[in-house]
Design a protein around this ligand. Structure first.
Ligand code: PGA
Length: 258
């Protein structure tokens, strides 16, 4: 039996530090547009503007992979929300585990960025998730709760927030033993996240919040993950780098969108 969700599915591609500008444009051109599913792609900063031109008449939306929390000023090497909007971004990914763990971003810093992005009208894809060690010591829920509470501190409205549950142990490239979460693990984490959001923001907000799963999503496991009741789409790394592995994920999501 297919369970339709009232929440519109999202398939988001996080291209990480991959693709030259011309390769990014070529990939953007090959991605399937969808009426039923929100498709979002996140190229590197330097490719955003050119990819945005390519997407001019497209339903595909553009995200940045990070941002700084000021609109302008003496912040060498940083990019502001204001600049991202100018380059055509509607969304920004914040709190990705590669930034948390490789670049030491704290929950407090992520919270500052979340508030700044929302103030500047960017939609936030907030990534949360536990490491393998935290999971093995039975601390998954504690970590998720702490990330939600700190990253969303003083955020009063979640209309423009999407949560991505990305267990660090499942992300390809980060853990040599990575493997996707089982559908049971994913559903239980998603239910936990929704229940915490319900406590923090009330039932209506929790019911409408889109929670994506991320970590080794591929065409061969997409059905088992995207068919779950509390999974409203996927944030995809490796499989987003080729149309032949990304477009099938959109097809699967369409099946579960009304
Ligand atoms: P992956 O990455 O799909 O390659 O595991 C997911 C992510 O980091 O967002």
């Amino acid at each position: 039996m297919i369970i339709f969700t009232m929440r519109k599915m999202i398939i988001a591609g996080n291209w990480k530090m991959n693709k030259t500008i011309s390769e990014a444009v070529e990939l953007a051109r090959a991605i399937k547009q969808s009426e039923k599913v929100e498709v979002i792609i996140a190229p590197t900063f330097i490719a955003l503007d050119r990819v945005n031109c390519e997407l001019h008449y497209s339903t595909i939306m553009l995200a940045a992979q990070n941002m700084y929390f000021e609109d302008q000023g003496p912040y060498t090497g940083e990019v502001s929300p204001f600049m991202l909007k100018d380059a055509g971004c509607t969304h920004v990914i914040l709190g990705h585990s590669e930034r948390r763990h490789l670049l030491c971003e704290s929950n407090e810093l992520i919270n500052t960025k979340v508030k700044c992005a929302l103030k500047d009208d960017l939609k936030v894809i907030l990534c949360i998730g536990e490491t393998g060690e935290e999971r093995n010591s039975g601390r998954t829920n504690e970590i998720l709760e702490c990330q939600l509470k700190t990253d969303l501190k003083d955020v009063t409205d979640l209309n423009n927030v999407i949560i991505a549950y990305e267990p660090v142990w499942a992300i390809s490239g980060q853990d040599p033993n990575h493997k996707p979460a089982t559908p049971e693990d994913a559903e239980s984490a998603h239910q936990f996240i929704r229940s915490k959001i319900c406590e923090m923001y009330g039932e209506e907000t929790a019911k409408n919040l889109r929670i994506l799963y991320g970590g080794s999503v591929k065409p061969d496991n997409a059905e088992s993950l995207l068919s779950l009741e509390d999974v409203d789409g996927a944030l995809v790394g490796g499989a987003s780098l080729k149309p032949e592995t990304f477009n099938p994920l959109i097809d699967v999501a369409e099946k579960y969108s009304q």
